[in-house]
Design a protein around this ligand. Sequence first.
Ligand SMILES: [Zn+2]
Ligand SMILES: [Zn+2]
Length: 356
Amino acid sequence: MPLRCIDENRKSIHSFKMSEWEWEALRQSNAQFQHLSMPCCGRGVVLKKSERGTRFFAHKVRGTCTSASESAEHLEIKQQVCEALIENGWVAETEVRGESREGEEWVADVMASRGQSRFAIEVQWSRQSDKVTVERHSKYKSVGVKALWLHRQEQFLVREQIPAVRVGVRSDGTYEVYAKQMMIHHKADGSPPAPIFRLQGIPIAQFIRALLNRRFWFGSIKAGERAVIDQYASPAHCFYCRRDHQVTSLLIVNGEASREPFWLSYRTLSTSAALRAELLACGIPVSMVASDVCPHCEAKVPDETVQRAAYAQRKVASCTIQVSASLVKAANWWGISHSLQQWRLDHDSLDTEHTY
Ligand SMILES: [Zn+2]
Ligand SMILES: [Zn+2]
């Protein structure tokens, strides 16, 4: 059920670009002259409307055409995506065909373009395995076309190389994408705040606008932004040199532009030398970086001491850094298996909520 067909001059006609009057006139002229053809196979066309009123072109006779049939939801999301693109000054075309470098065909649900920029948007209302997503994505990539995936399924591949977001439908029939909003409860005793997340629906049109304004981005932190880092630690006693020191158990990184702070646990900090090095290069004092040795005698801090520290941790220091591109890279690399590693959307309704 495409939103596009071909006229007698081989020109594309898009249903969502027409007024109601133009649509009706086209329906009548096509009934008489049958001058329209399907972009997939060149067969004859009939003009139809879905139950919810979305206009589309259908095969008069499907015959041996192998193009996949689309659900009403798939059709409607495509239409809403196109309308939002056009509203923001972009050109939107649907069912755009192309070939990968290896000569395999792809058909983009929506191709957005403006000047030299273009990217594909794939609406995946039906379930798709990660393997197929990777294969289809690499077809686009082989010819330099970026692609964005709108998945209905809850679980899908989260990769910096493969932008993706979840879509769904509300009870009133409007479509939205889902993004996480963080809520942070700060505690009076100086112990670390506890983050919780909730899913917020953002209307498709607002998501597309944010996307075009580069407000859909990957990772935990942005290069170039300023970040305040809070250090949480607890007192410890060294049994070798018999002096007191502090065991850093947690750093909370509050990026000014990133909206969501992220938590760097002792475990993460002690296992990622690259992350420690990049934090130091950005100007964080050595005393704030988690270490598993005593700062006085360099004896190894026993595991029990580290574990105990996590229960008695209090905020002990803060510093401000300028986030470097290599810190972003290290943080993103570290985050591959971490839930904070995700595609993020900047949107007013997703601002972190703080309670005290
Ligand atoms: Zn066809
Ligand atoms: Zn010591």
